[in-house]
Design a protein around this ligand. Structure first.
Ligand SMILES: [Zn+2]
Length: 192
């Protein structure tokens, strides 16, 4: 391997390690030896890299609607960058860019760290999960047979849950005026 190629893969490894990517993931994506990666991780973060297996299938870790919504956002951003015909090999540069965008949009409460994002992209690549279109919300969402969340739109589910909560509060409070507005059970339509 030429010097420039070697420099490029070490730089990629450093970018991944800076996000606390697992050593196994960084080794798989860059080919840099695990021992060297552990040394780099310790120098970057001041403590050893955590041990353990690669994350379980990303969608298997999705247990709540909120997690499903965040994974859907990450998956949509990634698919937009690489194209809906997902590449046979995970596009690590596109995933880094998608994760940057995801963190911007998720604000102070992101549900997916880079390892979770990598697992979601891997699941898409191997066909363990897929993006479906919700005609009510006009957005695409992630479903997986391995997921703990039902295979339906998380936005619709969260909206319906919120409406149920609001109706319960209305019934439980004498101070609440009766609602004669034009509220509808349809979720707000979002721009894709
Ligand atoms: Zn929906």
């Amino acid at each position: 391997m030429g010097l420039l190629a070697e420099q490029a893969r070490v730089e990629l490894a450093l970018r991944l390690l800076a996000r606390r990517a697992r050593i196994s993931i960084v080794h798989q994506e860059t080919g840099v030896s695990r021992n060297r990666l552990r040394t780099l991780y310790r120098e970057l973060h001041g403590h050893p890299a955590p041990c353990g297996q690669l994350p379980a299938l990303g969608c298997a870790a999705i247990l709540t609607r909120r997690q499903q919504l965040h994974a859907s956002l990450l998956a949509r951003l990634y698919a937009r960058l690489v194209g809906d015909a997902l590449p046979a090999r995970l596009d690590i540069q596109a995933l880094l860019a998608a994760h940057d965008l995801y963190l911007e949009l998720a604000g102070e409460a992101p549900a997916l760290d880079f390892n979770g994002a990598w697992a979601v992209a891997r699941d898409l690549r191997v066909g363990a999960s897929r993006l479906l279109f919700c005609p009510r919300c006009q957005v695409r969402y992630l479903v997986s047979e391995n997921s703990g969340a039902p295979a339906s739109c998380p936005l619709c589910a969260l909206y319906a849950r919120r409406e149920v909560g609001r109706r319960s509060l209305g019934r439980g409070s004498d101070a609440s005026p009766p609602c004669h507005g034009t509220a509808t059970s349809d979720p707000p339509r979002l721009i894709r």
